[in-house]
Design a protein around this ligand. Structure first.
Ligand SMILES: [Zn+2]
Ligand SMILES: [Zn+2]
Length: 432
């Protein structure tokens, strides 16, 4: 069997990063490459994860970095360790240098030998990791405001739009939007300062779409949940809580982030989105949730920094916020470890016992499987689960294990509602 592995490129390079969706993920780097999280923070001269996160997202670049070149370079350095033996730059022997795989420009090796041994694994993901390496640079355009680009009004009803293709068919081709970004000043700045060649136009176009799809994936998944539970935004205002809203969801969030719902349900009675989570980041969305009816035909976003069950006790129970018609959680990750599960448990029981229509998403089929097990043990009434037609199109690299198959945001989902009905109980719950 042919096992020709690509040559190594000299080490230097770019990169904002998109890998961490939460803090525990950051520190779990160390279980794969011991010391990596510390290296990252030290290299960036940062005290903790939140400082890192805000720099990654361009918020503090003036403080931490002298210029764009340095910013992109420092970020890329967080990817620098030998994918073969996990060696960090500081552990290299005299004269050794980490070199990039020339095909993906994403992973590094300390020696030819390490690369050769790793190739049977790496070749399975090298092609996808090439896209990831482009995306983690293109993603900077989210923080310059070039992305997400504006979208068209829907020419079909929400019920008719079942897949990305249905959505794309209403957009009249994305090329004019994408071309405007590609010929813009920020794209020029980006590729002038990234220490890698500018990819060709087709690669860049696809990259912009993948990043846009990740942004829209959250909105369209909420829309899908509204349809799934038969909520009618034309009949009355709808309140949706995003439980466990993360750093990455709320950092740089704008009041218009869920406006695609206006295209989905034109003329609706008002849709309120409340982002709740301990990692919620301060910004324009940080304003009190509504106590009553939202503004008609508009999406109103607010945010609250707390665990969801605390928010429920402190705000919802005191009637300082409307009760939700729907709760959505993007990648709650309660399957990942006992600590996260403990944090989520009161929320899960609350959602079950108040019989609140809920939809949670996962990064992979495996996560779906583990999450289902946990929800079934809690006797949740699972109504549906499977792959999400509005999954993000952008592959996510597992930073400390680049050869693990990349995952996709919102790739799978579970809908649950109330307590599992029992054969031996006459009362099957209020919603059956
Ligand atoms: Zn090595
Ligand atoms: Zn490669």
């Amino acid at each position: 069997m042919a096992s020709h592995f690509p040559a190594l490129e000299q080490s230097y390079a770019p990169g904002t990063d998109s890998v961490f969706s939460d803090q525990s993920g950051f520190y779990s780097l160390d279980s794969n490459v011991p010391g990596l999280s510390k290296v990252i923070l030290n290299k960036l001269n940062m005290k903790d994860y939140s400082e890192y996160r805000s720099a990654v997202e361009g918020k503090t670049r003036g403080i931490s970095f002298r210029n764009y070149k340095e910013m992109f370079q420092k970020m890329e350095e967080t990817f620098k360790f030998c994918t073969g033996c996990n060696k960090l730059p500081e552990h290299l022997a005299e004269g050794e240098i980490l070199k990039r795989c020339v095909k993906c420009l994403n992973v590094y090796y300390c020696t030819k030998d390490c690369q050769k041994k790793d190739w049977p694994q790496h070749k399975k993901v090298c092609k996808t990791l090439r896209l990831v390496a482009i995306d983690r640079l293109s993603e900077w355009l989210m923080f310059t405001g070039d992305l997400p680009f504006p979208t068209e009004k829907w020419s079909k009803s929400a019920a008719e739009v079942k897949t990305w293709d249905d959505w794309l068919a209403m957009q009249g081709g994305l090329s004019s939007r994408v071309d405007a970004i590609l010929s813009g000043a920020n794209t020029a700045t980006l590729w002038k300062n990234a220490s890698r060649p500018r990819p060709d136009e087709a690669d860049l176009r696809q990259s912009l779409w993948r990043i846009q799809s990740e942004f829209l994936s959250r909105v369209l998944t909420v829309g899908m949940a509204i349809k799934y539970f038969g909520l009618d935004p034309y009949a009355k205002p709808i309140t949706i809580h995003l439980a466990g809203a993360s750093h990455s969801e709320t950092m740089g969030a704008r009041l218009t982030d869920y406006d695609e719902l206006n295209h989905m349900f034109p003329g609706h009675q008002g849709i309120e989105i409340v982002m709740v989570g301990p990692e919620v980041v301060d910004g324009p969305i940080m304003r009190p949730p509504l106590r009553a009816f939202g503004p008609r035909q508009r999406v109103y976003i607010s945010a609250y920094k707390a665990l969801y069950h605390q928010f429920w006790e402190d705000v919802v129970e005191k009637e300082e916020a409307v009760r939700p018609d729907l709760v959505v959680g993007f990648h709650p990750g309660f399957h990942a470890n006992q600590g996260l599960l403990q944090g989520w448990l009161p929320t899960l029981l609350l959602l079950r016992d108040y019989s609140i229509p809920s939809l949670f998403t996962m990064y992979s089929e495996l996560e779906l499987k583990y999450s289902l097990q946990i929800l079934l043990e809690l006797e949740m009434h699972i109504r549906d689960n499977g792959s999400n037609p509005f999954t993000s199109q952008k592959p996510e690299q597992v930073q400390a294990c680049p050869n693990k198959p990349p995952v996709y945001c919102n790739s799978h989902y579970i809908c649950f509602h109330g307590l599992l009905p029992r054969e031996d109980l006459e009362d099957q719950g209020p919603d059956n």
